[in-house]
Design a protein around this ligand. Structure first.
Ligand code: HEM
Length: 328
């Protein structure tokens, strides 16, 4: 008995020794990322390190008939399920004006309440593609921004970074201020995999399009709007009439990269309508509701899986650090 226990202990310590360096490295990239975010945006107790300003609403998701043919996920078998929705502005500044250029990309995070009592998350924003492909590169981009103040000598750290990572110079320009959070298209950016009942695997990216169409403001008009013009508008809008979005899957073709969020797939790739998201009502106390909410990009359900995109795990690690700090 004793011998087998010590054998087990030895095995366990060997296994931990083998995985510890990898875990320590992951943790430190995520911790460093959140540290730079706190430097760039300031420390705001209780707030998210990124996408700090937001508003929580409730609604439903109604699957299309086609969704069930491409994935066995219970989400797509019907009936409609409840969804908790959080719209957000970018940055970790909880008071950022909604029309500021830096409030882009706006975020749309969804928590589906599945019939078996479990939950599934989809976390999207208005970028068409991401500035970098890995968590380490994202940390380095944020560091380069922090090191490139108005008095920095040229080429600045940011200029050097964007010279080596071309998408970092252009991705931000793909996200623009909408007239309403209900009039923006949100993208999954990372690739995921749909698995059907026969085990067929189809890489895809989420795209969530407003049924009323996207409506973008000229930047100079966005800058003049009330600081809360987006967060304050969504509640009264949906109280009058729910806002609807089409939840789409852009399907990869053979050879399309699934492990590089800086590379959008061509626009002519087939898109499948997975169903309709209806945003029906604001929650009574959004500030309280958002504290308890944590949306995780890898919180999926049988029939939808993560791809080999390294950014997904980098996000999971960073969101966990942010959640643990904001919960203290
Ligand atoms: C390595 C890349 C990324 C890092 C390090 C990162 C970091 C973060 C962090 C720290 C938070 C706060 C989490 C919390 O406290 O709950 C956050 C929130 C968020 N991120 Fe990211 N992010 C990354 C990529 C992305 C991408 C690719 C998207 C969308 C396609 C995205 C969309 C969002 C949204 C919508 C939220 C707000 C979620 C909510 O409403 O609670 N992020 N991100």
């Amino acid at each position: 008995m004793l011998r087998s226990r010590s054998g087990f202990a030895l095995l366990l310590s060997t296994a931990l020794a083998a995985t510890a360096p990898a875990l320590a490295q992951d943790t430190s990239t995520a911790e460093q990322t959140i540290d730079v975010m706190n430097t760039l945006f300031g420390k705001h107790p209780g707030a998210r390190a990124n996408h700090a300003k937001g508003v929580v609403a409730e609604g439903t998701f109604t699957p299309s008939a086609e969704a069930a043919t491409i994935s066995k996920a219970s989400l797509f078998q019907g009936p409609a399920v409840p969804v908790t929705i959080r719209f957000s502005d970018a940055t970790g500044v909880p008071t950022i004006p909604d029309g500021a250029a830096n409030a882009n990309p706006h975020g749309l995070a969804l928590k589906f309440k599945l019939q078996d009592g479990s939950e599934m998350d989809v976390v999207t924003n208005s970028l068409k593609y991401f500035p970098v492909a890995t968590g380490e590169e994202f940390r380095d981009l944020l560091k380069a921004v922090a090191d490139s103040g108005p008095n920095a000598a040229h080429p600045t750290a940011l200029e050097r970074f964007t010279a080596a990572h071309p998408a970092a110079a252009t991705a931000g320009g793909t996200a623009k201020t909408p007239s309403s959070l209900a009039r923006q298209t949100y993208n999954g950016v990372n690739a995921f995999i749909l698995v059907d009942k026969d085990g067929k695997r189809q890489p895809f990216r989420f795209r969530i399009e407003p049924v009323q169409g996207e409506e973008i403001l000229p930047p100079e008009e966005a800058a003049k709007r009330d600081p809360n013009f987006l967060m304050g508008e969504i509640g009264p809008r949906i109280a009058k009439e729910p806002a609807k979005f089409r939840v789409l899957a852009q399907l990869a073709q053979a050879g399309d990269p699934t492990n590089d969020a800086t590379k959008p797939w061509p626009d002519d790739r087939k898109t499948v309508d997975l169903g309709t998201l209806t945003v029906a009502k604001a929650v009574p106390d959004s500030a309280e509701a958002e504290k308890a909410l944590l949306f995780m990009p890898n919180n999926l359900t049988d029939g939808i899986e993560v791809s080999d995109d390294p950014l997904i795990d980098a996000r999971v690690q960073a969101y966990a650090v942010s959640f643990s700090r904001r919960s203290q």
